[in-house]
Design a protein around this ligand. Structure first.
Ligand code: ZN
Length: 76
């Protein structure tokens, strides 16, 4: 398995918190976390930030027509 650098590990934090990582990158990230206290701290902070953002911005507060507006914008 290839080792992650700290930079690569940090880039995967939000995917990790969203449980969006597949088995292989997940294993690589967890292996990095076990070996790297620095990234452990950063992940703890990211997790707090992530739950903070999610509790402050529940999906229900998004405008109901946002989806339609995005589709329209994408069509040009
Ligand atoms: Zn690290």
């Amino acid at each position: 398995m290839k080792r992650l650098t700290c930079e690569q590990a940090v880039q995967q934090f939000f995917a990790y918190l969203d449980r969006a990582l597949s088995a292989e990158p997940l294993e690589a990230l967890e292996a990095h976390m076990e070996a790297c206290l620095d990234c452990c701290d950063k992940l703890r902070f990211s997790r707090q930030l992530d739950s903070f953002v999610k509790t402050r911005l529940p999906e229900a507060t998004l405008p109901a027509d946002l989806d339609a507006r995005i589709r329209k914008a994408l069509r040009g």
